[in-house]
Design a protein around this ligand. Structure first.
Ligand code: DGJ
Length: 722
């Protein structure tokens, strides 16, 4: 891995043994994007001027150039298409022409102030400083290349180096101009209980992409997109993936211009964003990850997975086994008392479950969703001994104790609201529109953040917790903060997210031994920003096994199983009414951080025994499932089956899972081709005791039984015997 600046060609070449990213300073001052893809030794000088309507000694940003130039950091002013940065000067006019000022190569990578960002083990970074000579505004572009993953991390910082204030009303994090546009675009869109559904379509001239203006990455959209070459598949062909390390509103877009060239960009949603910079101040935009794969979508995913596991997730649990949990939400919803919880916990313990999680409804007087958020004191009607009493009893059962919190919110029916009716995000004079009966605390304000940190830390200490589920159940539609002047109101969405990150950082830092899981009304903040603080996230409130096959398949485009919260729930399923066998519900949930979410006290003894056996098996295979190399085998978006496999780094062990949605009459036994194994090894299937060659399993397949009934599954644990 290296970053080299060639003075003769004026090129920066970032490369590892597989990929190259090349930037050229045209006329010694304008950074142009030359190349991103499979590693090349160099780009010839002919190619360097291919889009340049000028000669080196007579460079000008004339009209044609502004339409053509593959700029690394296009701005309104130097480019006729949507740029990355838009600056409004004190006179209300906009212009910015950035020229090279200096560069620096450093080992590792800088951490972004106030924002989550990847670590820089085994990485090198290029810091390129550009400046607008007229206004003095500087832009620092940061590029990081890693040795172990084919990912370039990019971020942008704007510094007002002038003498008068400026307003930024667009600062994206990355822009890549392609020499072509014959791509298929993948984005993930959905809804509550239908998160991150996979959508693919060819690019067309004009604008396309995905975005969120909901104040969160959201259940409807995801801060990710991928461009697939026309022949790209799951296993082959070129794919360019883009993901943003940010949990607020975002935009990921592709513009196809008049010459059928594609420009891809990703960053903070420009809608309702602006930021004033006084002289000397800087603005840091979030980090974006650009992933190149020559091995199809699967290659892209494995790079994102390794990046998340090696450079994003942090803390004690980032690489360790996760406890099997029971969560009382779908077992009791708000209707519980200590007795009921303990009954559930006792059965759970007998079934070999490690961690009891108390979900929503333990505080204030919260018997449904319309009260008490903000009142983080124990409801002694339900818990006579408070959190401390319950936690103590759970610990005495030999289980760990976990707790649900939703620190960012406030209910109108709460003591907190009575004391501080102005602490919520609101616009004076307008109705405070509730969503799931709640309002959002204005976390752009320091005193509110301090209060939240204090009461939440106290609750977690009181409960002596081992695990926390950090929920966030509403989006934001009306922004307003009395703490900001009129000219800065559009800073609030980003300031609020910085505030969310601030309280997360401060709270989590006090509990290094506690496992944190993020959640947002299901998977409404399943993004890389959250992953920097909490190593796992609740994937969806949809626990239906077949729907989960779809949601987890597309979530795995970016996220590894170790980040995907997945539970076995009751049948008929509470979201779809479907009934899937316990074995299938478990096999699907095992593709994530595993748990249960049902009333075990209502299950027959036989099923509890089945659960105990499943849990024992999971403890044996969980390291493979969570940290093995993950391959999608069959897509539930394409037919009646889903399948995936996780293989250990040394290829000596693997777990493969296959699910049929529906059974049809007159079906036949068939073969499932596996992947990622060592063709020269012989593997034993631990259940059947049968042995197979790795080559046979990959090129011929493992026999599958035909389904008898809907939602049948088979799981194979394969161990090399030679
Ligand atoms: C939404 C979460 O996704 C659920 O699992 C549950 O915790 C509820 N919130 C509780 O209000």
């Amino acid at each position: 891995m290296s970053i080299i600046f060639d003075k003769n060609t004026q090129c920066f070449h970032l490369s590892n043994s597989r990929i190259s990213y090349i930037i050229r300073l045209a006329a010694g001052k304008y950074p142009l994007h030359l190349y991103w893809g499979r590693r090349v030794r160099t780009i010839s000088e002919d190619m360097m001027v291919r889009r340049s309507p000028w000669t080196e000694d007579r460079f000008s940003l004339n009209e044609t150039a502004m339409d053509y130039l593959p700029q690394e950091c296009p701005t309104f002013g130097s480019d006729l298409r949507q740029g990355m940065i838009h600056v409004i000067h004190e006179n209300g006019m906009h212009a910015l022409i950035l020229e090279y000022e200096s560069h620096r190569v450093m080992e590792g990578k800088p951490q972004l102030a106030g924002l989550p960002s990847a670590r820089g083990e085994g990485a090198e970074s290029l810091l390129l400083t550009l400046r607008d000579k007229v206004s003095g505004v500087a832009v620092e572009l940061c590029y990081t290349i890693y040795e172990d993953v084919d990912i370039i991390a990019r971020s942008v910082r704007v510094i007002n180096g002038g003498k008068t204030p400026i307003v930024l009303d667009r600062v994206l994090s990355a822009c890549v101009d392609f020499e072509r546009s014959d791509f298929n675009l993948i984005t993930l869109s959905g809804a509550w209980t239908r998160e991150r559904q996979l959508y693919t379509r060819p690019l067309v001239p004009g604008d396309q992409g995905t975005s969120s203006a909901r104040g969160a990455s959201s259940v409807q959209t995801s801060p990710f997109m991928a461009l697939l070459s026309p022949n790209a598949t799951e296993t082959s062909g070129e794919v360019y993936g883009f993901a943003l390390c940010y949990s607020g509103g975002f935009e990921a877009s592709v513009h196809v211009d008049q010459h059928f060239l594609a420009r891809a960009q990703i960053g903070i949603q420009p809608f309702n964003f602006s930021w004033t910079l006084e002289p000397g101040e800087g603005f840091q935009a979030p980090e974006a990850y650009l992933c190149y794969s020559a091995n199809g979508l699967g290659g892209m995913s494995r790079n994102f997975h390794a990046h998340i596991q090696n450079h994003i997730t942090t803390g004690k649990f980032a690489h360790s086994e996760r406890p099997i949990l029971i969560n009382n939400w779908e077992a009791t919803y708000f209707n519980f008392d200590e007795e009921k919880l303990l009954k559930l916990a006792r059965v759970a313990r007998r079934a070999g479950i490690d961690l009891f999680v108390l979900d929503d409804g333990w505080f204030g007087h919260r018997d449904d969703a319309n009260s008490s958020l903000g009142d983080w004191f124990d409801d002694t009607r339900k818990l006579p001994g408070g959190l401390a009493g319950l936690s103590d009893k759970i610990h005495k059962l030999g289980m760990k104790f976990g707790l649900w919190i939703e620190p960012e919110m406030i209910s109108v029916d709460s003591e907190l609201y009575k004391a501080h009716p102005d602490w919520c995000i609101h616009v004076p004079g307008y109705p405070r529109l509730e969503y799931r009966d709640q309002l959002v605390l204005d976390l752009s304000r320091q005193e509110i953040r301090d209060y939240v940190v204090e009461v939440i830390v106290a609750a977690l200490r009181r409960g002596n917790v081992d695990y926390v589920k950090w929920d966030m159940n509403r989006f934001i539609n009306m922004w307003g903060s009395p703490a900001l002047p009129a000219s800065r109101q559009q800073e609030q969405p980003h300031r609020h997210i910085l505030g969310v990150y601030d309280i997360m950082r401060r709270i989590i830092a006090q509990f290094p031994n506690v496992l944190f899981e993020s959640c947002a009304g299901g998977g409404g903040r399943f993004d890389l920003g959250m992953m920097c603080y909490m190593p796992q996230a609740w994937c969806s409130d949809d626990t239906d096994a077949w729907m989960r096959c779809r949601i987890q398949h597309s979530t795995s485009l970016v996220f590894p199983p170790s980040t995907i919260g997945a539970h076995v729930s009751a049948v008929p399923n509470h979201q779809t009414g479907r009934t899937a066998p316990l074995s299938t519900r478990a096999a699907v949930a095992m593709a994530g951080t595993y748990g249960y979410e049902l009333d075990l006290t209502k299950l027959p003894r036989k099923e509890i025994e089945e659960i105990r056996v499943l849990n024992k098996r999971l403890h044996e295979i969980q390291p493979i499932l969570l940290y093995g190399t993950y391959y999608r085998l069959l897509s539930p978006y394409e037919g009646n089956e889903a399948a995936w496999i996780s293989v250990t780094g040394d290829k000596r062990e693997a777990v493969a899972t296959h699910v049929y949605a529906q059974a049809f009459p007159n079906m036949r036994d068939k073969l499932l081709r596996l992947t990622g194994l060592n063709p020269d090894l012989t593997y034993r299937d631990t259940d059947s005791g049968r042995t197979y060659g790795g080559d046979e399993l990959m090129y011929h397949g493992i026999p599958l039984k035909k389904p008898w009934g809907d939602y049948m599954s088979q799981q194979f644990h394969l161990i090399a015997i030679d």
